[in-house]
Design a binder for this molecule. Sequence first.
Ligand SMILES: [Zn+2]
Length: 255
Amino acid sequence: MSVRYFSIPELDKTGGVKTLYTSSCDIAWNYEDAHARDNYQDLGQQLGIRPEDMVKSKQTHTDVVKIVTRKNCGDGILRPLDESEPYDGLITNEKNLLLCTVEADCVPVYFYDPVKEVIAMVHSGWKGTVKKISQVTIQKMKSSFGCQPSDMFVAIGPHICKDCYEVGEDLYEEFSKTFAPAEMEKIFIRKNQEKYLLNLEEAVRLTLLECGVVAENIFSAGVCTLHSQVEGYSFCSYRRTKSKTERMLTAIMMK
Ligand SMILES: [Zn+2]
């Protein structure tokens, strides 16, 4: 069985990039998992690249974004990642280099600047969203490659949706440290005395808009990892399985 993946059509339609996210049929993407190597091999065959052309992030809910080149290829794919150097986002200006992150309810964010020809793939869990890792990514794309936010296309991949993501007062407190009161009203809905519903997508979108990304250039997969089914496929959800190893691969490559 081949690895089944879906794409973000609005980004792929530009002709400059290939985007993807996998279903819950293929859940092994961490180096430590013996099946991961086969999955990357299979995916690479479908994309016309080798596992040597891929880089995976070392995710620990930081706001660190790393610029990678061909020298980093195989990191997290063919060899374990350096534990001492965590990062949750990857940027490159090289073509045919697949940037990979993994999620299970967290928000994957895909970036593409067709003018400077730079891409990024970011893992934005609630912690990364509070720390505004999308803003960190845009700033790094600006300072290192001269990218303009108004040129960028950004897509928000599958994650736990605003109707499913029930959280407590503690997360409300955390978000209120970096989001303004008017923004908080858009991000949180009070469900009852103890619980809120958290809209991570809106939090990321507000951050992108604040950075100068144009609203029409921000897209969403519109897929919830907890409740959605697409063509009969479901997606990896930590809230559903409580698995610490099952993950969805999300990736972008410039052509
Ligand atoms: Zn949902």
